[in-house]
Every structure is written in structure tokens, then in C-alpha cells.
Design a protein around this ligand. Sequence first.
Ligand SMILES: Cc1cc2nc3c(=O)[nH]c(=O)nc-3n(C[C@H](O)[C@H](O)[C@H](O)COP(=O)(O)O)c2cc1C
Length: 184
Amino acid sequence: MDTRSWRFGEGTAMTQRVLVGYATRTGSTTGVAEAIGRTLGERGFAVDVKPLRECPSLEGYDACVLGSAINGARWLPEATAWLASQAEPLREMPFSAFCVHSMNGGDGEKETRKRLAYLDSVRGVVQPAAEGFFLGKGPAADDTSLVARWAFKAFGGTAEGDSRDWEKIRAWAERLPLGDVGAA
Ligand SMILES: Cc1cc2nc3c(=O)[nH]c(=O)nc-3n(C[C@H](O)[C@H](O)[C@H](O)COP(=O)(O)O)c2cc1C
């Protein structure tokens, strides 16, 4: 599993520090977190991208962006646990949240409602200033059978193969409200 860490925006005059924490099972959220961190670094923030599985400390950060793969219509357990453990400081700083998922990506009323519900348990703990929903990786022709892909679509699957929309991810990161320093 790809659980790398990155540092972006080092050496800039800005001192505003942002933690981008993420949780993944099969690695597609890792690239999304990296793209968000890179974009924030370009905006002038000093950014650390870290896997939540390593329980990073929030000490010294001014803002936080958290994201997780969706399994069973919710964030992964290590992401939910870390959020709960840091709820107090997170309520005092700019905080945004994102999901990486492969079902319910459409614009219809039912899909939108199901997609928004992925963050219900997060909102119950800390209300994010911004929320991002990004398609990750669904079953692809080379790794699953036709029947498996059909079943996936029948249950609301939207993403076939790697469906990460890098433009959409970067555009979200460019607009994130993270305080006045480094803001685009
Ligand atoms: C066990 C399991 C459960 C999943 N449940 C959902 C779900 O409820 N809703 C959804 O949109 N995607 C669901 N997915 C799809 C993943 O969220 C998607 O493949 C995502 O890209 C995985 O991110 P990761 O590679 O960082 O683990 C599920 C995937 C697995 C393996």
C-alpha cells in the first residue's frame, strides 16, 4: 500500500503550516492527497502530507485538510479515529475534508444525497469549511471480471478504472479557505 509522506512549499516566506492527512486502502487517495498538498505549496503554504495511519501530531500546524477513501459509505477507521482524537484543536483552525470514492458520483438527487452522507460522521465531530468528493479507482477491465464490473455499476458504481480528475482536485485545493496567509 502506498502511504508516502511529502513536504511542499518549503523555503517560502510564508509561515502558515498546513497538515494534509489521508487514509487509504489501495493507494488512490495517496495521489489525491499529494496533488492537494502540492497545490497548497504553490499557494505559499508550508505543507506536510502524511498518512493518518502514522497518527501525525497536529502540533505546530495552523490549518488542516483531511481525506479518506470511502469503504462501506464512510471514512476509513483510522481517519475517523484521528479526527475524534483531534476534534478540539480542529474546531479552532481552518479545517476541510475530502472523500475518495467510486460510487454515487452522478448529479442525480439520490446519488448526491448518498455522496453527501459519506461525511455525516465527520460533520458530527467537526464541521468542515469545505468538502471535496473525488472519484478514485473503480474496478477496471484488467483486474476484474465483466460480472464484477456489472455488479459494481448495478450498485451505483460510477468510476471505471482510475477516474481521478486531477483538474477538479487541484481546482478544489486552489479555493480552499485556509486563513489569510498564502490565500490565492
Ligand atoms: C471494501 C470496499 C468498500 C467500498 N465502499 C464504497 C462505498 O460505500 N462508496 C463508494 O463510493 N466507494 C466505495 N468503495 C470504492 C473506494 O472508495 C474507491 O475504490 C477508492 O478509490 C479507494 O481509495 P484507496 O485506493 O485510497 O483505498 C469501496 C471499496 C472497497 C474495497
